[in-house]
Design a protein around this ligand. Sequence first.
Ligand code: ADP
Length: 260
Amino acid sequence: DERCILQYQITLYGDDERLVMARDITRLHRLEQMRRDFVANVSHELRTPLTVLSGYLETYGDLAEQLPPRLGKGIQQMQEQTQRMQNLVNDLLLLSRLEIDQSGKDHQPLSLGPLLQSVREDALALSDQRHTITIALDSKARLLGSEQEMRSAISNLAFNAVRYTPPGSHITLRWKDNQAGGACIDVEDNGEGIDPVHIPRLTERFYRVDKGRSTTTGGTGLGLAIVKHVLLRHDAQLLIESHPGKGALFRCTFSASRLS
Ligand code: ADP
C-alpha cells in the first residue's frame, strides 16, 4: 500500500506567523504495526501448547500423593509457573487486541452496580476474605461502554488493591458524578501507597515498583497498561494519586458524552 502517513506540528508565532513542520512517520507506523501483529500472533500460538501442558500437569497433580515428595513438589511448581505463563499470554493477547481493534462495536449502556458487585466478589475470593471491600454507588448514570473491557479494567485495579495492600486493609469501589457533568469510577485503598516518582510510569508495560515482590503476587506487569488502553477506547482518563503510607486512588474519569 502506497499511502504515506504524515505528522504535522504547527507552532504559532504572534498573531500572523505560523511554522508548520511535517514529518513522514510511515516507516515508524509500519514497524509499530508489525510489532503489534507479532505479539498478537506469538501469544495466540502459545495458548494451545500451554493448555496441553497445564492439562497434563493437572492430571499428574491429582496423583501427587502417590509420587515421591520431590517429584510432587516439582509438579506443583510446574503448575504454578504454567499458570503464570497462561496469565501472561492472556494479558498480552488482550492488550494487542485492545491496540489493534480500534472500534467500539460492543458498546452499550452499562449499569455499574452489578458490575462493581461482581468485581467485588472476585476480589474477595482473591484476597481469601482478608480485606474488606465496600461499594459506593453515588451516581445513577449508565456508562456507554464495553462490559467485557470495563470488567477487565476494574478487576485489574481491584486485584492490585488486594495484592499490594496488607491483609486487613480496606478497599472502596465507587461510581460517582463529577462537577463537569461526567462521572468516575474510583478504586481506593488504605494500603502502603506508592512513591509519586513511580506514578508517571505505572501504566507502561512491565513497569513495577518492586520487581521482586511483584513476581510473587501473581500479576503480569501488564495490568495497568490494559487499564490505560481500555480507558483510551472509552475516551476516559486515568488519574493515580498516592503517597507512601497513605494508600492509593485510581480514578477513571468519563465525560458526559459517555453517560446515558
Ligand atoms: P503487576 O500488578 O502485574 O505488577 P500492574 O501494571 O497492574 O502490574 O501494576 C504495576 C505496579 O503498580 C505494581 O507492580 C505495583 O508495584 C504498583 N501498584 C499497582 N496498584 C497498586 C496499589 N493499589 N498499591 C500499591 N502499589 C500498586
